[in-house]
Design a protein around this ligand. Sequence first.
Ligand code: AMP
Ligand code: MG
Length: 408
Amino acid sequence: MLLTFQQAKQQVLQSVSTIKSLTHEKIGLFDALDRITAENVISPMNVPQFDNSAMDGYAVRLADLKQSTLLPLAGAIFAGDDISNLHWPQGTCLRIMTGAPVPNDADAVVMQEQTEKSDLGITFLSNVKAGDNIRRIGEDVKKGAITVKKGTKLTIPTLSTLATLGISDLVVFKKLKVAILSTGDELTPIGEPLSGNGAIYDSNRFTLKLLLSKLNCEIVDLGIIVDDPNQIKQALISASNQADLVITSGGVSVGDADYTKTALEELGTINFWKMAIKPGKPFAFGKIGNALFCGLPGNPVSTLVTFYQLVQPLILALSGLEDSSKDLSFKVKTATNLKKSIGRLDFQRGMLQINAQGELEVSTTGAQGSHITQSFNQANCFIVLEQERGNVAKGELVTVELFNALLK
Ligand code: AMP
Ligand code: MG
């Protein structure tokens, strides 16, 4: 019995605890995008640091407004002003700008649009409540609060919050070191003329490099290794000595030149080397020395799908991510028939779109062979078809999983 995808994923993620966690480094805020925090980030201050105005308008005391809705103007406060020596007589109001500090004894700020200005002062036209348009100290972030938890992937909005706290550097996990290599006598590096009639370009190693750099890994590129058991073994030893994770492409199936699996067996341990998914049935997972090992199938679509579905969550977990939020997945009707054989979980590529009735629906991107790289073109989601399901007719409900940032 082949492992199901869920069983395979569980085994992959369980292996994370067998690897020692990454060390830390302090980096500048600007370099921290997509890095993962290695410590809780505690706010050194309140934001806002002082009560301030949310509007351009007038600061008032409610007691004064009870006496009269017309109050003479006693002065103005601008953003950045120091108001510690401000004199504000009873029975008057103050002009105040957005972001300017609100005096302690002001009860509210009234927006300019709800007032009328005359030579006598300001007439307040609306009902004013205590606290109106005052942004309170600490309302956004409280001093001493955990602002970002350890194990969080840093996004632009999160870094922006840290910038409002004046934080200019922070402690993150060091980058995960990942060694990659391609296996195959047929492979030629891109940029060189094809080496013979049966030759093809080594597109997988190129793709892996892009994926890994997007996941902020440090890449050790061991190049192309020919289909020779000894050379593959030597390369795997060297890879596992240099990296936390080794990723290979090709050579994990049952062909006569598929040596990666046997090399793994001899050098380390295999957890599994097949699973019930399509594309990507041959996928070897195990450990060599202190490094985890993922042997991806050679077909480019299988490489990309298995990387996305299994290696990506593994890398994020190894990189220290704790709050791995689930990718968005939901059910919609398919607008096209979908070919499917019973027995494996399919990750077909789909286009999620809005139809003429304004409803969400998904259609296939066309031929889904594991060598059809164009099946990813136009795709914005996976159509995830259950292992026991057969052909799917137009109009049936299917599960779609929106691509996350890795494929955009
Ligand atoms: P394999 O898993 O080694 O049997 O390879 C399966 C298919 O993927 C074959 O058609 C290979 O030529 C192709 N393939 C293997 N490695 C790569 C690679 N690095 N880039 C592109 N295609 C590859
Ligand atoms: Mg091969």
